[in-house]
Design a protein around this ligand. Structure first.
Ligand SMILES: NC(=O)c1ccc[n+]([C@@H]2O[C@H](COP(=O)([O-])OP(=O)(O)OC[C@H]3O[C@@H](n4cnc5c(N)ncnc54)[C@H](O)[C@@H]3O)[C@@H](O)[C@H]2O)c1
Length: 370
């Protein structure tokens, strides 16, 4: 991984600095956060601590934790309960720890705290308002009434249209190239899911020389993929023709083992969706396996064919790669900082339930300088 310093990150994230400067005094705020523990989050964590907030942080995905980032966050004054590849039980304890911390506010990527509280019937802490960053978290909350207002910033146009649509594709293929030293030229690439992440994965795969196919279960999005010029069909139909398969759905076992058994010899499997189980991993991991290069494991199927799995099926761009560019993530993180400003001010008086982060709030993060 590139050794990016806080100074280098801060220098290229002026919108984050501006959003932090506009935050009120946070000394009465106890904020439990769950998020990817990536170096690019550091300017926000330092900024929140400087504004006086008490922070508790765990990860939203043990596979994406960077232990050096955890050390930096602790040095800034945050309580951090996370380490790379922490087991599920320890992660669950860390989520419970974020509740025991007695937060006044939550900032989540995957709704882990809220889901934990609502599923376990744990006595509700004095949470006044929350913020949710991911489609997977919003989907988890569907049909449920959380006991406080939660502001969804996954669906604000700038995040969907910029980060999800442009950055995930670029950075996923960058991770694929840097870890395998293979490009997509002359390769059939199957993209599973055609939300904004899938759309970006497909467009970037073509830009990097691949021949793209798209599998979708939503008929409207399948049609959209066809209008965008991709070959379309179901996973079961298209996967046996693919050399590289990438999932980006937020769904469970969208690439089932029954399909993996029929793949071409040498097919690569990677995931950029939130969940580690988008690819049905258990039967795959039980097969004879070797690790020819870092971040790639090669699994021998009963047929004698081999498939290669990137980053153990975890989010490829964040585990085997560096994630977003600093300049692009500046906007995403500034929206998050503005969102935190909103939940500690006006957001607290909103009705219980999920709301979209209002336009003027995220709009401030996008405004040009000058
Ligand atoms: N890697 C990253 O850095 C990163 C960044 C942003 C979002 N994400 C994650 O990527 C995932 C997708 O995000 P999005 O914004 O595009 O979500 P989205 O919900 O808009 O789109 C997902 C699409 O997948 C389709 N889908 C679901 N199950 C399927 C199946 N079995 N076969 C084919 N298609 C299926 C859905 O119909 C939908 O169109 C989410 O899990 C999100 O959290 C990852």
């Amino acid at each position: 991984m590139t050794d990016i310093t806080l100074d280098w990150a801060s220098r290229h994230m002026p919108r984050v600095a501006r959003a932090i400067a506009n935050l009120p005094d946070l000394s009465a705020i106890r904020l439990s956060m769950s998020m990817h523990l990536d170096m690019k989050m550091l300017p926000l964590v330092y900024g929140l601590c400087r504004r006086g907030a008490s922070l508790y942080i765990t990860t939203c995905n043990p596979a994406t934790v960077r232990d050096d980032v955890v050390a930096h966050m602790r040095a800034s004054g945050a309580n951090v309960a996370a380490w790379k590849d922490m087991p599920a039980e320890a992660w669950s304890d860390a989520i419970a720890g974020g509740i025991a911390f007695g937060p006044t506010h939550l900032s989540e990527m995957g709704a882990d705290y809220t889901h934990y509280l609502m599923e376990t019937g744990t006595a509700l802490p004095d949470v006044r308002c929350g913020l949710e960053a991911t489609g997977s978290g919003i989907n988890r909350l569907k049909g449920k009434l959380p006991p406080w207002p939660i502001f969804n910033w996954d669906d604000v146009p700038v995040k969907e249209g910029l980060h999800n649509r442009h950055m995930v594709g670029l950075t996923t293929w960058n991770a694929f190239f840097s870890r395998t030293l293979l490009s997509l030229h002359e390769k059939n690439v199957l993209v599973v899911g055609y939300g904004s992440v899938g759309q970006g994965l497909a467009a970037s795969a073509r830009a990097f020389g691949g021949t793209v196919m798209v599998a979708e279960i939503d008929p409207g999005r399948l049609l959209q993929a066809r209008y965008d010029g991709w070959q379309t069909g179901s996973v079961a139909e298209l996967a046996p023709r693919a050399d590289v398969i990438v999932t980006g759905t937020g769904g469970h076992h969208v690439l089932p083992f029954s399909v993996i058994e029929r793949l071409r010899d040498g097919c690569f499997l990677l995931n950029s969706g939130h969940r580690i189980d988008e690819i049905e991993l258990e039967p795959l991991l039980a097969l004879p396996c070797e690790a020819p290069v870092p971040y790639v494991t090669s699994h021998r199927l009963a047929s004698g064919r081999t498939v290669h799995l990137l980053a153990n099926g975890a989010m490829a761009n964040l585990t085997a790669g560096e994630g977003d560019s600093l300049n692009s993530f500046d906007i995403t993180l500034a929206v998050m900082a503005e969102g935190i400003g909103h939940i500690v001010r006006d957001g607290e008086v909103a009705k219980a339930g999920v709301h979209l982060l209002p336009d003027p709030i995220w709009g401030r993060a996008c405004a040009d300088f000058g």
